[in-house]
Design a protein around this ligand. Structure first.
Ligand code: HMG
Ligand code: MG
Length: 303
C-alpha cells in the first residue's frame, strides 16, 4: 500500500452541492465556478443534463454552459443520464461527462427510474456517443456502502456493477457513498472487493459525510493508492433521491489533510475557503467544513 504523490480533485459543489439546495441564480453559479477556478481547481462538475422536473435546480445547465467563460486548463463536467443528456454535453463543448448508476436496485429505480441492468443498457450508447466525440466518461456507482431504501449493499454487488460500467466503456468509476454511512472498516472491504476487478488508476471516491466518516474513509482509499477524490466546497451536497443524506466531504477538509501529508492538489486553501464563504452566505448557511469554519474564526479574531 502506498500513498499517491498527487491527487485529482473533482469539485462537485456546483452540481452535487447545489442540486439539493434552494435554487440560486445563474450569476451565483458562474461566480462560484469562477472562485473555484481561482482557487486552482482543475476539474469542476458544473451542471446536470437531467429532467428539469426531477431536479429543477439543474434546469439551467444548458444556459450556464453557454454563459460560462472557460479556462483552457480547467475541465468542466456534467451529468448525462441518457442520449439527450450527452447531446446537450456535445453542444456545450464538454470534454468530460458522467453517467450515474447504482449498486442498489431500489435506489436505481428512485433516482433514474430503471433497474441496474436497464441503466447499463441505457448508458452503453451514451458512452459510445461520448467516445465518438472524444469525451471522457466517468461512471458513478451510488450506494456503495449502503442504500436509503434497501439498507446493506455487499462489496461484491458494488464491484460487479463497477466492472459492468468499465465494460460499456467508462474511463473511470467513482464510488459513491451516497448516504454517507460508510466507515473505514467498510471502506477497506469495499476497496478489497473493487480493486479485485478494477485498476486503481481508474477509480475515484465520492463520499458524503452524513456520519462524519468521509475523511477517514478517504484516508483508507488513499492507502490503496486511489488518487481521484470527489468533494464539494463548504461541504455542500445531497441527492434529492437519497433522503437523510448530508453533503459531500468538504473540499477544504480534504485539501487541509492532503497538504499536511505532502500530497499535491494544486489547490490554494485560502482562496477555496473564500469560495465556500461566498456560496454559504448566498444560501444563508454555515459551511459544514470544520476547516473552513476554523479559518473564518481565526480571520475574524485577527480583524
Ligand atoms: P425517465 O424518468 O425514465 O423518463 O427519465 P423519460 O426518459 O421518459 O423522461 C421523463 C421526462 O424527463 C420527459 O419530460 C423528458 O423529456 C425529460 P416530460 O415529457 O415529462 O416533460 N428528460 C430530460 N430533460 C432534460 N434533459 C434530459 C432528459 N431526459 C429526460 N437529459 C432520467 C430518466 C434519468 C432522465 C430522470 O429520471 C432524471 O432526470 N432523474 C434525475 C436523476 C438525478 O439527477 N439525480 C441526482 C443526481 S445523482 C446523485 O446525486 C448521485 C451522485 O452524486 C453519486 C453519489 O453521491 O452516489 C452522482
Ligand atoms: Mg453525490
Amino acid at each position: 500500500m502506498s500513498l499517491p504523490t498527487a491527487v485529482r480533485i473533482i469539485e462537485v459543489g456546483p452540481r452535487d452541492g447545489l442540486q439539493n439546495a434552494p435554487p440560486v441564480s445563474i450569476e451565483t453559479k458562474l461566480k462560484l465556478i469562477h472562485l473555484l477556478e481561482e482557487a486552482g481547481l482543475k476539474t469542476i462538475e458544473a451542471g446536470a443534463f437531467v429532467s428539469p422536473k426531477r431536479v429543477p435546480q439543474m434546469a439551467d445547465s444548458i444556459v450556464l454552459f453557454q454563459q460560462l467563460e472557460r479556462k483552457m486548463d480547467v475541465c468542466y463536467t456534467a451529468l448525462t443520464p441518457n442520449l439527450q443528456g450527452v447531446e446537450d454535453a456535445i453542444q456545450a463543448g464538454l470534454t468530460e461527462v458522467a453517467v450515474f448508476g447504482a449498486a442498489s436496485e431500489s435506489f436505481s429505480q428512485k433516482n433514474i427510474n430503471c433497474s441496474i441492468a436497464q441503466s447499463l443498457e441505457r448508458f452503453a450508447p451514451v458512452v459510445e456517443k461520448a467516445k465518438k466525440h472524444e469525451i471522457r466518461v466517468r461512471g458513478y456507482v451510488s450506494c456503495v456502502m449502503g442504500c436509503p431504501y434497501q439498507g446493506e449493499i455487499l462489496p461484491e454487488e458494488v464491484s460487479h456493477v463497477c466492472e459492468q460500467m468499465l465494460l460499456i466503456g467508462c474511463d473511470e468509476i467513482s464510488l459513491g457513498d451516497t448516504i454517507g454511512t460508510g466507515t473505514p472498516g467498510r471502506t477497506h472491504q469495499l476497496m478489497d472487493a473493487v480493486l479485485n476487478k478494477i485498476p486503481v488508476d481508474r477509480l475515484g471516491v465520492h463520499f458524503h459525510d452524513t456520519f462524519g466518516q468521509a475523511l477517514a474513509n478517504i484516508y483508507v482509499a488513499l492507502q490503496y493508492g486511489v488518487s481521484t477524490i470527489d468533494s464539494a466546497v463548504s461541504g455542500l451536497g445531497g441527492c434529492p433521491y437519497a433522503p437523510g443524506a448530508a453533503g459531500n466531504v468538504a473540499t477544504e477538509d480534504v485539501i487541509y489533510m492532503l497538504q499536511d501529508m505532502g500530497i499535491e492538489t494544486g489547490v490554494h486553501l485560502g482562496k477555496l475557503a473564500k469560495a465556500g464563504w461566498f456560496i454559504s452566505d448566498v444560501l444563508n448557511t454555515q459551511p459544514t467544513s470544520k476547516v473552513s469554519n476554523a479559518m473564518r474564526a481565526k480571520l475574524e479574531k485577527q480583524e
